[in-house]
Design a protein around this ligand. Structure first.
Ligand code: NAP
Length: 438
């Protein structure tokens, strides 16, 4: 049986032919093609033809190997290749490569999904495996995005030469579509109804996680989750019952590999002589007790996942102090302490702990802090380029996508124009006359 033609609208898979081999040889990515196993050490037109000939025989003779060319559906250009090799006990292995111009564009994961869907159904395979080098972040991401489950790390499986490497084994069994969704690793994100939390949800969903989102404005998180193929639940981190219900629903969604404790707020900026203790109470209940309650509630689910990651969204106010910050900076100092304590308490377990500590980020944060005073909120960001929520989401993804032995402890990040909580370089306001002239 030859591989069929599969078209998912973005990639087209069809049988890998001699012309494709020549295209690879002529391309800049010959080494990748060799790694894929297509070429003898010194390729010539004759040896390549012979190699292809052998492949063709094997397709027809023992059905052991099915090689697809992967093309860009729009241009028809060769983007890479995928090969399914069939072993014993209805088990198969899949490998792939892409030309540099088609990397980081989702081609590889789409091709692996299409080829593995076909192999599981048409070849009746019970299980497919893909191996990714432990330190190859991109390969592990492709496996995750393609719906493979991470099984563990194996020593000495080799893809190139005789090198001995640590390889992550990923597997997929013939799934129902719903089951496939349930097998994706889960990332739980609190406070995902706006700002940083919403951007983190987008970013982790794109990285292959099934996102479970919580916030009090449940309509907002429902809408986002529906778009991202995840789940959303009402969550008030200040309420014990709400946290318990949320945690139970999240733990039932699949293996919880990531928890992003992001829900948080500042209220007011008064000096201690005039501080509103009710505001301080709400901040501590949300930023500190809420974070502790969600973490405590999800810890057993994180342990069950086998390897997991807790990301706490702190702040530069976790290490700096400023007049008017007794409440908020107090809570974020506590977040830093709790993050470090969690690392001490979980040492020896496969759970990573990261604090991301941003400076000024343009979200609803200041509108909340100044209780709807739009002028005061706008003044915070006036005359400088603040960070965007996506900047923080990138850092969360960076920490989460490191190889399992790398634990990013603390990432502090601020806008270029911000040196501390109180020192920022602002562009001068345009004179009124200039504004009037526009
Ligand atoms: P944001 O746009 O106001 O988002 C805050 C999120 O927290 C919202 O989704 C909100 O959802 C949620 N939240 C607040 N109280 C909650 C509660 N009781 N239960 C559940 N969710 C709650 O502000 P943001 O800037 O993205 O803030 C996210 C995190 O970043 C916070 O921890 C904040 O301290 C931190 N941070 C922000 C900045 C900045 O400059 N923006 C800087 C450093 C750190 P609902 O209102 O729908 O519940």
């Amino acid at each position: 049986m030859r591989p069929p033609r599969i078209d998912d609208g973005t990639v087209v898979l069809d049988a890998f032919e001699l012309g494709d081999v020549e295209a690879c040889l002529a391309g800049e990515d010959e080494e990748q093609a060799r790694r894929f196993g297509w070429f003898p050490e010194r390729s010539t037109a004759a040896t390549v033809t012979a190699a292809i000939g052998r492949r063709r025989e094997s397709w027809e003779d023992d059905g052991g190997s099915y090689a697809f060319a992967v093309r860009d559906a729009a241009s028809g250009e060769l983007a890479g290749g995928v090969e399914v090799r069939v072993g014993e006990d209805r088990r198969g292995a899949i490998s792939y490569w892409t030309f540099p111009a088609f990397r980081r564009r989702g081609f590889a994961s789409r091709a692996v999904v299409a080829a593995s869907d076909w192999a599981l159904a048409a070849l009746g395979l019970a299980r497919l495996e893909v191996h990714a080098e432990l330190d190859n972040e991109a390969s592990n991401r492709v496996a995750r995005r393609a719906g493979f489950a991470r099984e563990g790390v194996q020593r000495s499986h080799t893809t190139v030469g005789d090198s001995r490497r640590d390889m992550v084994l990923w597997s997929r069994t013939a799934p129902e579509p719903r089951e496939a969704a349930a097998r994706r690793p889960v990332a739980v994100i609190t406070g995902a109804s706006s700002g940083i939390g919403a951007a983190v949800a987008e970013r982790l969903a794109a990285a292959g996680y099934r996102v479970v989102l919580g916030a009090r404005r449940v309509e907002r998180v429902r809408e986002l989750a529906a778009r991202l193929g995840g789940d959303a639940h009402r969550l008030d981190v200040r309420s014990t019952e709400s946290v318990e219900a949320f945690v139970a629903a999240a733990a039932a969604s699949g293996p919880v590999e990531v928890l992003v404790n992001n829900a948080g707020l500042a209220l007011g900026a008064d000096r201690i002589e005039a501080i509103d203790l009710e505001d301080v109470r709400v901040m501590f209940e949300t930023n500190v007790l809420g974070l502790l309650a969600v973490t405590r509630g999800l810890l057993s689910a994180l342990r069950r996942a086998g390897h997991a990651h807790v990301v706490n969204v702190g702040s530069i106010a976790g290490a700096e102090v400023y007049p008017g910050g007794a409440g908020y900076a107090g809570t974020k100092h506590a977040v830093r302490a709790i993050t470090r304590i969690l690392r001490l308490e979980l040492i020896g377990e496969p759970i990573r702990i990261t604090e991301i500590a941003p400076g000024m980020v343009d979200t609803e944060f200041s509108a909340v802090r100044f209780k709807g005073d739009a002028e005061a909120a706008a003044a915070v960001y006036r005359g400088l380029d603040p960070l965007r929520p996506e900047d923080i989401a990138d850092l969360v993804a960076f920490a989460v996508e490191r190889p399992p032995h790398v634990d990013v402890d603390l990432l502090e990040v601020r806008p270029l124009a911000q040196a501390s909580a109180t020192v920022a370089a602002r562009r001068p306001e345009p004179a009124l006359a200039e504004v009037a002239d526009e």
